[in-house]
Write a protein that binds this ligand. Structure first.
Ligand code: ADP
Ligand code: MG
Length: 242
């Protein structure tokens, strides 16, 4: 089976100025990501993982280098086209859930679907499907305060996948979770990659999660210094969702 790259970055450079000092965060970083795989990005705090995610998801623009995604060169696109690309093709799971306290779980998931022009009814149906996929149908009418940390993060995953994006990005989605819930979220991301053919890129510095990924990229000093496929673990890959 030949693997098809859905996302390619070439020679990415990014630096930030702190007063008179300019620090180089990414130094000619190149990578290719495949559809249907969960790729984990690991590396010490401050090594540029979030910056890499921002560039690959078209939230930020590189100083040099190019990003090609789904057959388009993103680097030449204007702000509006980039916004459109993000809306149509990308899902993002943030570190701190970013949920609205006043909304129920299904409303959180349905909200961005409304922005995409879906009718209320379609948005509700898709939101319910996405909640079912993350094992939270029974929590659809609960608000944030009534959900556990693991459940909140799964609502955030449901929100990111409800529009069926081809590219899914997650920045430290397990950092606020205990080990079991962390594994559950990573296993869920991998299942999404497999069943929908989604290209999933997840940042995590938790070494216990590494063996649940299809591929691991370790970053150091603004570059990828190792790229490997973990041996499948001997423990159950996907613990049952409650
Ligand atoms: P990681 O996610 O691996 O912890 P980041 O990509 O967030 O690392 O940050 C890498 C480096 O870039 C850090 O030193 C950080 O302080 C710096 N940095 C990130 N974003 C900005 C910004 N918008 N302005 C200035 N410095 C930044
Ligand atoms: Mg980060």
């Amino acid at each position: 089976m030949s693997m098809q790259a859905t996302l390619r970055a070439h020679g990415l450079c990014k630096s930030f100025a702190n007063g008179s000092v300019r620090s180089h965060v990414l130094r000619e970083l190149s990578l290719e990501l495949q559809a249907g795989q969960l790729t984990l990005v690991s590396g010490p705090s401050g090594c540029g993982k979030s910056t890499l995610l921002a560039l690959l998801s078209a939230l930020e623009v590189p100083d040099a280098g190019e990003v090609h995604a789904l057959g388009q060169c993103l680097t030449g696109l204007g702000a509006r086209a980039l916004q459109e690309f993000r809306l149509r093709h990308t899902g993002f799971v943030f570190q701190g859930f970013n949920l609205f306290p006043a909304l129920t779980a299904w409303e959180q998931v349905a909200l961005p679907l409304g922005y995409m022009g879906l009718s209320d009814r379609e948005a509700r149906e898709r939101a319910m499907q996405a909640l079912d996929e993350v094992g939270l149908s029974h929590r659809a009418h609960h608000r944030q305060a009534q959900l556990s940390g693991g459940e909140r993060q799964r609502v955030a995953v449901a929100r990111a996948i409800a529009k069926a994006p081809q590219l899914l990005f997650a920045d430290e989605p397990t950092s606020a979770l205990d080990a079991d819930n962390g594994r559950r979220v990573v296993a869920l991301l991998r299942r999404i990659a497999r069943t929908h053919g989604t290209t999933v890129l997840c940042v995590s510095h938790d070494p216990r999660l590494v063996r649940h990924a299809d591929r691991v990229l370790s970053m150091e000093d603004g570059r990828i210094h190792s790229d490997w496929c973990p041996e499948p673990g001997t423990d159950p890959i996907e613990p049952a969702l409650p």
